[in-house]
Design a binder for this molecule. Structure first.
Ligand code: T46
Length: 372
């Protein structure tokens, strides 16, 4: 509720006003239907007091049960359920109040039944129509919500701005208590991030530098219900410095380490390593459709030749335990062993699946064009 008021403001209030309008219309229709016509006495005696009471109850139910909390991102079925809950709760509360203040004895119960029946029908159709209008006409084109990690946040914002879009909010996985980057609000709580996306007319969500598996299910389903697309604006590769502890006494050697999802933007599903190699060995010649990887060479020297299909190739040399190569999916690679015995270690985000490999170069070029 706090989030709806904080981020929803006028849009949230518009739903409360809509609910009250529905109630006013249903009250009028029910009274009219029952008496056939209005007389001042009747309106004053029956309509106005109960109308004021139903209004107060309606606002009370909306606020206490938070029946408008997820109004913009609920399915039609959920909408129906929430409207029934709202109307039933209001009905029970009103019946109890009328009974408690003994006003119900004089008041016609038929009008109350009709009022809430009309109200239910109006609420469902009103919500659906208003949501449709808000989603169709009020979405801010080019307003992007960024989901990334602490490490890649500034870079991700830059990338999105380069494309001419505006970053309205950022959700950081592994946030170290940042509340803002410049004037952009930063979230670490998915519920709050979703409320922001929902109420601030965000056009789409972009993920940067994180594997698809890191996008929380809750965010995915929330965006789905809102009709907000999630897309990836990624770099192809990055050279990472791996934390290494070197003891002052050289005989203790060096210890390097990294943690899945923290130091690298994916959970580690698989580890493999290539050993017993000769110099000038060439391997690879493939790309991955899904697999994110971190490559490192704890011993020896290996060149990784990367090709993004544009015709230009880049070579990254892995030559020590403190250097890692983060590869996002969709890059053609060739590995060249510069020294015999060099060891290549790979941390992968996916289990082994031959179907997610692209082993033919022409297929790779087609894939890049289709996924640009
Ligand atoms: C990559 C580079 C750096 C499995 O059965 N399970 C596995 O997890 C892997 C990695 C491979 N295999 C089988 C598949 C092939 O029959 O091992 C055989 C050799 O694999 P491949 O020819 O793909 O090896 P490389 O050195 O060309 O590529 C490997 C990885 O496959 C690849 O993901 O990025 O290392």
């Amino acid at each position: 509720m706090k989030n709806q008021i904080k981020y929803g403001k006028l849009r949230y209030v518009s739903f409360i006003i809509l609910d009250l309008l529905c109630l006013l219309l249903s009250n009028l229709s029910a009274t009219f239907l029952y008496y056939g016509q209005y007389t001042f006495d009747k309106i004053f005696a029956d309509f106005i007091p109960v109308f004021i009471l139903t209004f107060a109850i309606d606002v009370f139910v909306s606020l206490t049960l938070n029946t408008l909390g997820n109004v913009l991102r609920r399915s039609k079925k959920k909408e129906l359920k929430e409207c029934v809950t709202h109307v039933s709760a209001s009905f029970v509360l009103l019946a109890w109040l009328l009974f408690a203040i003994r006003y119900g004895i004089d008041y016609n119960s038929g009008i109350i039944y009709f009022t809430y029946l009309f109200d239910l029908m109006l609420l469902i159709s009103g919500h659906l129509l208003w949501k449709y209008l808000l989603k169709s006409f009020c979405r801010k084109k080019g307003s992007v919500f960024l989901m990334t990690t602490n490490r890649f946040a500034e870079e991700g914002i830059e990338e999105i701005r380069k494309k001419g879009d505006e970053v309205s909010g950022v959700c950081l996985l592994e946030n170290d208590n940042k509340k803002q980057i410049g004037d952009i609000p930063v979230f670490s709580d998915i519920k709050e991030a979703l409320a922001f996306i929902c109420w601030q007319n965000v056009d789409r969500v972009c993920i940067y530098g994180i594997d698809h598996q890191m996008v929380p299910d809750r965010l995915r389903s929330g965006c789905n219900a809102l009709g907000v697309g999630i897309e990836s604006v990624d770099f192809d590769y990055k050279i990472l410095e791996l934390k290494t502890i070197v003891n002052s006494d050289p005989k203790y050697g060096a210890l390097s380490f990294l943690e899945g999802e923290r130091d690298i933007p994916f959970p580690i599903r698989r580890v493999y390593w290539i050993t017993e190699t000769e110099a000038d060995l060439h391997r690879g010649f493939h790309a991955h459709k899904l697999n994110c990887q971190l490559l490192f060479c704890p011993y020896g020297k290996i060149d990784i030749i990367l090709d993004d299909g544009s015709g230009e190739k880049q070579t990254v040399t892995l030559d020590g335990p403190g250097k890692g190569l983060l590869l996002m999916p969709g890059l053609w690679r060739e590995m060249v062993w510069c020294e015999s015995g060099s060891v290549l270690c790979v941390l992968a985000s996916e289990y082994y699946d031959e179907k997610e490999y692209i082993r033919n170069y022409d297929d790779f070029i087609t894939y890049r064009k289709e996924n640009q």
